[in-house]
Write a protein that binds this ligand. Structure first.
Ligand code: ZN
Ligand code: ZN
Length: 320
């Protein structure tokens, strides 16, 4: 007989796979919570101006999500087929995007156009409002296929923000049971994208368990701990923290494929948010860059290239 009241502590053996909620879909208030977290993190932060900008962008995303038109969703037969084949139901790379995502983009751009932005950013907003449908779709194709090096860093956050709204709208309109596990644990079961971080939950059914957070649709799916999300290796896994931090965020690296993914331990700071806390800990990315490690998945709102953002020299050290 199984005890339903069993409490899992971090580091203890995890429950059998059947008892673990494998997927948490994003809620309709996702971007409001993200905006609030960006605002909290911006105070006294070296990247405060940029975090405040992303708070405004998340506000605009929330408004676009609330106003999003109802779209046809995958049928029950399509849902069953994708589950049977272990394929993401709303695969970003192959899903036929509805033009409604560009409606969300226009709303976001118009709202951001009202804010007091630096002149270069105002020019970017105006340029995107004039851009042709063909050009916008080309940029979107590059983003959903992970080809971020070929996207202008100035345009990326706006286009990515609208694509996030679109996929969050779809994901939050379905039930978790619509989706099945993929053979590959490192890809999002909803849209097939890579995670930007992982989170170790501190309460509820996922307590003590690690969930990967989708960079595009913000769904969270379970992956056992101490396992590389990029290559599935379970050995040569090391953890790095930034000196002086409260170790709420660690970078988990893999010797086999040389990648790393940040892990957010909600027990240490329940207010953390996958996208906001990722951007705010760019210093940890710079530390990992110095270690020769590469990110396992991008943050679509911020893709600086290799160490190109001047945040000052880090006072960081690694601990394995
Ligand atoms: Zn996803
Ligand atoms: Zn690996």
């Amino acid at each position: 007989m199984k005890s339903v009241n069993r409490i899992l502590e971090p580091g203890q053996l995890e429950a059998p796979a059947g008892e673990i909620p494998f997927l948490f879909l994003p809620g309709k208030d996702l971007f409001a919570r993200r905006a609030e977290r960006f605002r909290q993190l911006s105070a006294g932060h070296a990247l405060g101006g940029y975090l405040s900008f992303l708070a405004l962008l998340a506000d605009a995303q929330q408004e676009a999500l609330i106003d999003f038109p109802l779209l046809p969703l995958p049928t029950l037969a399509e849902q069953a087929l994708s589950r049977a084949n272990g394929m993401p139901l709303l695969a970003a790379g192959s899903w036929s995007r509805n033009r409604a995502w560009r409606g969300a983009l226009t709303k976001i751009l118009l709202q951001m156009g009202k804010a007091a932005l630096p002149p270069a950013t105002t020019d970017t907003v105006a340029g995107l409002l004039r851009a042709s449908e063909t050009r916008l779709e080309e940029i979107a194709d590059r983003i959903v296929s992970g080809d971020l090096d070929r996207v202008s860093p100035q345009e990326l956050p706006f286009i990515a923000a609208a694509l996030q709204v679109y996929w969050v709208h779809l994901a939050s309109s379905l039930e978790a049971t619509a989706f099945g596990r993929l053979g590959e644990g490192g890809a999002c079961p909803v849209c097939g994208s890579t995670p930007n971080v992982g989170m170790v939950h501190s309460r509820g059914a996922g307590q003590g368990l690690r969930y990967l957070c989708c960079a595009l649709c913000s769904s969270q799916w379970h992956l056992v701990r101490i396992k590389c999300s990029s290559c599935a290796s379970t050995h040569g896994i090391n953890h790095y923290i930034q000196e002086g931090s409260n170790s709420a965020i660690k970078a988990e690296s893999c010797d086999d494929c040389n990648s790393y993914l940040k892990l957010l331990y909600l027990e240490k700071d329940p207010g953390m948010e996958a996208i906001a806390d990722d951007v705010a800990t760019l210093a940890l990315d710079m530390l990992m860059d110095e270690e020769g490690k590469v990110r396992g998945g991008p943050n679509l709102l911020f893709h600086p290239g290799s160490s190109s953002v001047g945040v000052g020299k880090l006072q960081a050290s690694s601990r394995k």
